[in-house]
Design a protein around this ligand. Structure first.
Ligand SMILES: [Zn+2]
Ligand SMILES: [Zn+2]
Ligand SMILES: [Zn+2]
Length: 423
């Protein structure tokens, strides 16, 4: 199997050029004098070894509680070379101690919420999950696998976000995000104030700051998120808010210049905050269904669910809100109608130059006015932007363009990288 080979290769690479044993010690045939013996991992825990170019699985509660902590090696038990065996044992003990400490900390959540949870930590996320079962592509995922699946989806979204905008971990205030995915509303109501410092009927989030963790507490409201796609899309939206919030590098600022404080976009750059969150939802599967609790009356709607059609009609009818006015609003002041426009403005700017949004966010964090952001990032005046956007909408969202099925940026079928198939 691949992992066995990887492990053997890793062990071979680790093997010192000089003989491992001390003078007078025997060689060990059992471990090839490495002190370590490969273990077969139970199929249930293959997921512990999943990884991507930017992430890996660091901890998992179920794995830690299983035989040998689902590790793929153990110290050589019948070792003929005491010195290498001791070294391997010490390494194993240190890993075990760290994992047990992590587990004890996470299991406090189970105790507090009086439930049993799966906890999975990857490079940038900690997912704590007690939704018993979800169905993905007609396959059933129980807690443990579902927590891994969502952690992986979050990591993929994270990587996509950073690649699109040219962001690196060192530019973020926080590089770990804590997610609680709960089965029942009462659990979320109990967890929200404790873990996110907020209470609300739906999903509550706390943006990561200098002294605050980035936390999302959510529960699976079947009426709001009937399918896995709906729940996944909701997570995408929430995660984009978290990622735009933590993007703030202290090195951007000079003495006396603090920039946007607190560092999230929602208070002064609602158009960017909501527009980006919606853009990633739409990018996933052509729908926008999440309105955060502080985003206007989250039950209010403007026209049907086809946002391209709505915007297209509004542009044709020349019933468009002025960008200079909307662009100064906080997210919570945007109306249901304005939510669709800010999404479309972002959609236009993304197709013009997606990477420029990295710079735009940085400029927002430094409190640049919207007109300067348009100028510096996309070389547009405010009037030029409004005109170019409207012209683009007439082509890109035209009904003849099969409700956006053809992406004018690529002239191809839509874009669902990281979407339904991105598991
Ligand atoms: Zn696991
Ligand atoms: Zn041995
Ligand atoms: Zn939102």
């Amino acid at each position: 199997m691949t992992r066995s080979r990887t492990l053997l290769l890793a062990l071979a690479l680790l093997a010192p050029a000089v003989p491992a044993q001390l003078p007078g010690e025997q060689l060990c045939g059992n471990c090839e004098t490495s002190g370590k013996v490969e273990l077969e991992v139970n199929g249930k825990f293959e997921v512990e070894y999943e990884r991507g170019p930017t992430w890996e699985v660091l901890n998992c509660a179920d794995a830690i509680e299983s035989d040998d902590m689902a590790m793929d090696w153990e110290p050589c038990q019948r070792c003929k070379t005491p010195s290498v065996q001791e070294k391997a044992q010490a390494e194993w003990d240190a890993i075990a101690a760290k994992k047990q400490e992590w587990l004890a900390e996470r299991r406090q959540v189970d105790e507090f919420l009086d439930t049993e949870m799966a906890h999975v930590e990857t490079t940038h996320f900690v997912v704590s999950w007690n939704i018993p079962k979800i169905s993905v592509d007609r396959k059933s995922y129980r807690m443990h696998d579902a927590a891994h699946l969502y952690a992986k989806r979050l990591e993929e979204l994270y990587a996509k976000f950073q690649t699109l905008f040219g962001i690196e971990d060192r530019q973020n205030m926080r590089n770990k995000h804590w997610y609680y995915a709960l089965e029942k509303e009462r659990e979320a109501l109990k967890a929200g104030p404790v873990y996110a410092g907020l209470q609300g009927v739906g999903t509550v989030k706390r943006a990561g700051g200098a002294d605050k963790e980035s936390v999302v507490v959510s529960w699976r409201a079947k009426s709001e998120h009937p399918s896995d796609e709906d729940f996944h899309r909701h997570w995408i939206h929430s995660t984009i808010h978290q990622l735009t919030s933590v993007y703030r590098d202290i090195h951007w600022f000079t003495v006396g210049n603090r920039g946007l404080n607190p560092p999230w976009l929602n208070d002064k750059y609602g158009w960017m905050d909501a527009g980006l969150a919606h853009w990633f939802e739409m990018d996933f599967d052509e729908q926008c269904t999440t309105f955060c609790i502080r985003e206007h009356d989250n039950k209010a709607r403007w026209r049907g669910g086809d946002w391209r059609k709505n915007i297209y009609k509004a542009v044709v009818a020349e019933e468009v809100p002025p960008f200079p006015e909307v662009s100064t609003k906080p997210t919570q002041a945007l109306s249901a109608r304005e939510h669709q426009f800010v999404w479309s403005w972002v959609d236009f700017l993304m197709q013009k130059d997606a990477k420029a949004f990295g710079k735009a966010m940085k400029m927002a964090k430094m409190e640049a006015p919207a007109r300067d952001i348009l100028k510096d990032c996309w070389d547009l005046t405010t009037i030029g932007f409004e005109t170019a956007w409207a012209e683009w909408v007439l082509e890109a969202y035209a009904p003849s363009n099969k409700s956006g099925r053809i992406d004018p940026r690529t002239q191809q079928q839509p874009r669902s990288t990281g979407g339904r198939t991105g598991r």
